[in-house]
Structure formats: structure tokens, C-alpha cells
Design a protein around this ligand. Structure first.
Ligand code: COD
Ligand code: ZN
Ligand code: ZN
Length: 361
């Protein structure tokens, strides 16, 4: 099968022939239908991340089951599924306390000494990114990384529910649990930030202020439900917020959906007394917060994969889509073949792109 391999970081993806193994007892072989270009993979292409070997990236995907291991009972060939990066072991303290996105993920990958799931044509094993590697025609994953979906949902839209949609919506409704009527600011209105905005709409936020450096992305933000926009290259964003909501002192909830020091610090600076900042991005370095403001009960917290329980929440999100309460069609700006994946990433900053999706025939 063909797959997009990263040999060094920073670097470009190379399309290569890769051998995929047969399913072990608890594994499932998938034919990938579609996979989204999330910024988290781009961090590996752009920043110097230590790779332990040639890596097949991609973590936002949907597909059809081709074969299952001897012990698999959850799915059968022909089922449509979405994969999720935080597979659950079902036995650790976090799984058992209802927080599977924090699972230690023990025993879900192949043990040392077992044949690798993925092998390059020169015989070298390929690293499987977060146990998935969706930038490929096929995937071999643990059954606990999958959720079954209604086969009527188109693959390109289903793929986005494998990361961007739950990461953004979940940060609002599961991690921060934003109450009705609260004011919200969202920094970074890309594939994930637009879904934070959708989450804030679902939560019944009274004001949803979108912050971005790109006017095109701010236009998209309005289409997804932002009530106000701030271009933070056009003057101090904190002052612009105070002008938009006079006398409030900031917002109740802010969300960082990019992953740089400046936007981490901005997320905290946009808060009013008692407010909560939720960071989704991984910062490119350490950041500083004014410690005195913690005496005003301001909070700063992280969110991974929207804190969702994916076999409960992904079908819920697809149900909202089916009922017209969640926008997925509008998220897919561009459909491309795997061979154009580097060009797809080069276009991620374009104002008209919400998400580019690789589709397979
Ligand atoms: N200020 C405000 N907005 C900015 C700035 C800035 N200085 N610079 C860029 N932006 C905007 C861009 O114009 C764009 O609209 C947006 O930020 C970024 O959008 P995308 O589409 O490039 O990125 P996403 O939405 O795909 O990804 C955002 C993440 C936060 C998920 C990602 O960057 C990240 O940090 N991932 C690591 C964390 C992780 O692994 N999460 C779980 C899986 S995703
Ligand atoms: Zn992602
Ligand atoms: Zn676990």
C-alpha cells in the first residue's frame, strides 16, 4: 500500500510503498476512506521534533473494516469506523474513572520483539504515529481505537470527527463545561478553532469572540457562529476585547487553538476575574503568566482530544450533524489525493481553508 512517510523533522512527506501486517488477535485492518490535515502533524513537518525513526503521520481518519483479528468482537468486515488517537486500555485508573483521553494506553501497541505493524520497502520498521498513521491507504490498529459509525455519513466528513471536531467541541462542552450565557473567546480559527466556536454555540454562549491574524479565517469564524471578531495584528487584542464588551474586564472562558507562546499568554490576558483559559495547542516554548492574577481566581488548564469519551461522544456529534446542528460539510474546504499532501499542508494558512481532506478512491 502507499503511505506518506516522514524521514526527518523538519521535512516533507514522501509517498512510498509500505507493507502492512495481518491483524493480531485484538487488531483491525482498515481501508482508509479519508484523512484530514490537522496542524498537529504539521508541527512535525515544521518544528524540529525528535523522530525515533521513519514515521507515518496522520491521526484524523475514517475508513471501512477489511479484516479483524481472532479475538475482535466489536467490529466486522464492512463496518464503517472512525479511529481515535487516545485508544483506551479499559483497565487503568483514568479509563476506570471516565477519563479515557488520559489513558496510559498500556498493551495497545505491539510488544517489543513482535513483527512491526508497518514496514518500509527496505525492510526498516516504520513508526506508527499515535498508534494510527492515517496518511496511508490502509491502517492496522487496536480495536479500542475505533468507534463504529452509520455508513450513511460520507467518509470525508467522518474523518474530521476523528480529531478536529471533538478536539474543538469537546474542549468547550467536556473540558471547560462552558455554561449557557457565558462569554467566550477563541484564539486561532483553523480546523480546530472553528470547532471550538461550534462548541460554544452548542453550549449557548452569549458572546463568541474569534481572534485570528487572518481576515479570511475570521470570515469563516462568523459562518461557524462567532458573534464578534478581532484581528490581533490590528492593534492590542486585549484592548479590542474591552472595546467589544465594555466594563466586563474580559471573557469568562478563553480557548487557545494554535500552540505558540504569544497566544497562550493572550488566552490568559483575555480573561475577566474568575475566568478560565483552556489550551488545546502545544506551545513552542515556555510561557509566562502574571501570577498575581491567580488571586482573582483565574484558571489555566490543558485539554487533550476534547476530554471526550469517544464511543459516546463521536456518535453524538454525528447525530448533531445529521440533525443540522453541527456543521461538517462547511469544514471540508478541499479534497485532495494522497500524492498532493505536501501541497495541502502548504495551503493550511490560506484564509479560505477550514480543513483540507485527503480522500482515497
Ligand atoms: N494569533 C492568532 N491566530 C493565529 C496566529 C496568531 N499569532 N498565528 C496563526 N494563527 C491562526 C491561523 O491563521 C489559523 O487560522 C489558526 O491559527 C491555526 O489553524 P490550523 O488549521 O493551522 O490548525 P489546527 O486547527 O488544525 O490545529 C490547532 C492545534 C492546536 C490542534 C495544533 O496546532 C496543536 O498544537 N496540536 C498539538 C496538540 C495536540 O496534539 N492535540 C491533539 C490532536 S490535534
Ligand atoms: Zn489533530
Ligand atoms: Zn486506560
Amino acid at each position: 500500500m502507499k503511505a506518506a512517510v516522514l524521514h526527518e523533522s523538519p521535512g516533507k512527506l514522501q509517498i512510498e510503498d509500505v507493507r502492512i501486517d495481518n491483524p493480531a488477535p485484538h487488531e483491525v485492518l482498515l481501508r482508509v476512506g479519508a484523512t484530514g490535515l490537522c496542524h498537529s502533524d504539521l508541527h512535525y513537518l515544521e518544528r524540529a521534533y525528535p523522530l525515533t525513526g521513519p514515521t507515518i503521520l496522520g491521526h484524523e481518519g475514517a475508513g471501512v473494516v477489511e479484516a479483524v483479528g481472532a479475538e475482535v468482537t466489536y467490529v466486522k468486515p464492512g463496518d464503517h469506523v472512525i479511529s481515535y488517537p487516545t485508544a483506551f486500555c479499559g483497565q487503568c485508573e483514568w479509563c476506570l474513572s471516565g477519563r479515557p483521553t488520559l489513558c496510559l494506553q498500556q498493551g495497545l501497541t505491539r510488544a517489543e520483539g513482535q513483527p512491526p505493524r508497518l514496514t518500509l520497502s527496505n525492510g526498516e520498521p516504520a513508526i506508527q504515529f499515535v498508534g494510527l498513521s492515517t496518511f496511508a491507504e490502509q491502517m492496522l490498529v487496536h480495536e479500542n481505537a475505533l468507534v463504529k459509525i452509520n455508513p450513511d455519513i460520507p467518509m470525508d466528513r467522518a474523518a474530521l470527527v476523528g480529531c478536529g471536531v471533538p478536539t474543538g467541541v469537546g474542549a468547550v462542552i467536556r473540558t471547560a463545561r462552558v455554561p449557557e450565557g457565558a462569554t467566550v473567546a477563541v484564539i486561532g480559527c483553523g480546523g480546530v478553532g472553528l470547532n471550538v466556536i461550534q462548541g460554544a454555540v452548542l453550549a449557548g454562549a452569549s458572546r463568541i469572540v474569534a481572534v485570528d491574524i487572518n481576515d479570511g479565517k475570521l470570515e469563516l469564524a462568523k459562518q461557524f457562529g462567532a458573534t464578534d471578531t478581532i484581528n490581533n495584528t490590528a492593534g492590542d487584542a486585549v484592548q479590542q476585547l474591552h472595546d467589544l464588551i465594555p466594563g466586563a474586564g474580559g471573557v469568562d472562558y478563553s480557548f487557545e487553538a494554535l500552540g505558540i507562546k504569544q497566544t497562550y499568554e493572550l488566552a490568559f490576558a483575555l480573561l475577566r476575574r474568575g475566568g478560565t483559559a483552556t489550551a488545546i495547542g502545544v506551545p513552542n516554548g515556555n510561557f509566562e503568566l502574571p501570577m498575581g492574577e491567580f488571586l482573582q481566581e483565574k484558571k489555566f488548564q490543558g485539554s487533550i482530544m476534547g476530554s471526550v469519551q469517544f464511543r459516546r461522544d463521536l456518535p453524538y456529534l454525528l447525530d448533531l450533524y445529521t440533525k443540522g446542528r453541527l456543521k461538517l460539510d462547511e469544514l471540508v474546504s478541499n479534497r485532495i489525493p494522497l500524492a498532493e499532501i505536501n501541497e495541502g499542508y502548504a495551503a493550511i494558512g490560506s484564509g479560505s481553508i477550514a480543513r483540507s481532506v485527503v480522500v482515497f478512491d
